[in-house]
Design a protein around this ligand. Structure first.
Ligand SMILES: [Zn+2]
Ligand SMILES: [Zn+2]
Length: 183
């Protein structure tokens, strides 16, 4: 399961109704809307939690982030292992390639699994992640998108943390924000 940020009960019900076995929780980055329910879900499912080390500080400050954004805080997520650039993460029959993609946050990652990529808030359909939060960097974000996401096959389906899915080809041809960041 990727980014259990909210609605613990709904997530657990989905696991039950789909009949899937969750092997691990993976975080694309440390922002509160992606991590705040990780500890609750982790304890309910008894699975380990993984994230990139460069966002550990953000993850530990999740309750403070929640207070800042007026969201309901939860227990501090305890990270059990690291997701590292270039390393594969295996969960059952699935293999996720980990690509470090900083810019929206220092420890942002893209998780590539077959023809799909879970991109967190790095890129959205027709937009990109904000870079005005602590540790954000617009130049780095543009570099991450070009060197990580735009190098994937055009037909790769991108699943962002917010909004609809898109493809690499679609964003390459029409995303105005990446072009605007091209400095
Ligand atoms: Zn974010
Ligand atoms: Zn987000």
């Amino acid at each position: 399961m990727i980014d259990p940020g909210d609605e613990t009960e709904r997530l657990l019900e989905l696991v039950r109704s789909e009949g899937v076995t969750v092997q691990a929780l993976l975080l694309t980055h440390g922002h509160v809307d992606h991590v705040m329910r990780a500890q609750e879900v982790k304890e309910a499912l008894r699975v380990p939690l993984y994230a990139h080390r460069a966002d550990l500080e953000l993850i530990q400050a999740a309750p403070q982030q929640a207070a800042f954004f007026g969201l309901e805080p939860g227990p501090v997520p305890v990270v059990d292992g690291e997701l590292k650039e270039g390393e594969d993460f295996r969960a059952g029959s699935l293999v996720f390639q980990v690509l470090h993609a900083p810019g929206h946050s220092p420890g942002g990652i893209v998780l590539v699994c077959g023809n799909s990529a879970f991109v967190g808030d790095t890129i959205f359909a027709g937009s990109v992640g904000r870079t005005d939060l602590p540790g954000g960097d617009a130049r780095q974000l543009a570099q991450s998108i070009r060197s990580r996401i735009y190098r994937l096959a055009d037909e790769t389906v991108l699943y962002p943390g917010h909004g609809p899915a898109t493809t690499v080809g679609e964003e390459k041809s029409s995303n105005p924000f990446v072009r605007a960041l091209d400095f």
